[in-house]
Design a protein around this ligand. Structure first.
Ligand SMILES: [Cu+2]
Length: 109
């Protein structure tokens, strides 16, 4: 978790919410970056009701897809943003359909 916090620090300037939002109350937003070719952070724990704002900062198209089929962003072009509010507690194994080695472990609890 500490590593994820450090990686997010440079993003704090662009995000409207403080880092405390990582495990903040319902309604918080947390920014996740899709790079070529990794999610940043690659592991995250948030409270139910948190909205993750996925931003493709890479040069390639990516997707945000749940291994259990609960969500799929479709293709996100470079610069595209995908927002999803995670209301159901549980473990989400997120990955990119174009690059399945791009993964993110999300805990909603
Ligand atoms: Cu990808």
């Amino acid at each position: 978790m500490r590593r994820a916090l450090v990686l997010l620090l440079p993003l704090a300037a662009c995000a409207p919410l403080p880092l405390a939002s990582l495990e903040g109350p319902r309604g918080s937003e947390v920014r996740v970056v899709l790079e070529d070719f990794a999610f940043r952070p690659q592991a995250l724990k948030v409270a139910p009701g948190t909205t993750l704002v996925f931003v493709n900062e890479g040069q390639a198209p990516h997707t945000v897809t749940d291994a259990k089929g609960r969500l799929d962003s479709g293709a996100l072009a470079p610069g595209a943003v995908f927002r999803y509010t995670f209301t159901e507690p549980g473990a989400y194994a997120l990955y990119c359909r174009f690059h399945p080695y791009m993964t993110m472990d999300l805990q909603v609890e």
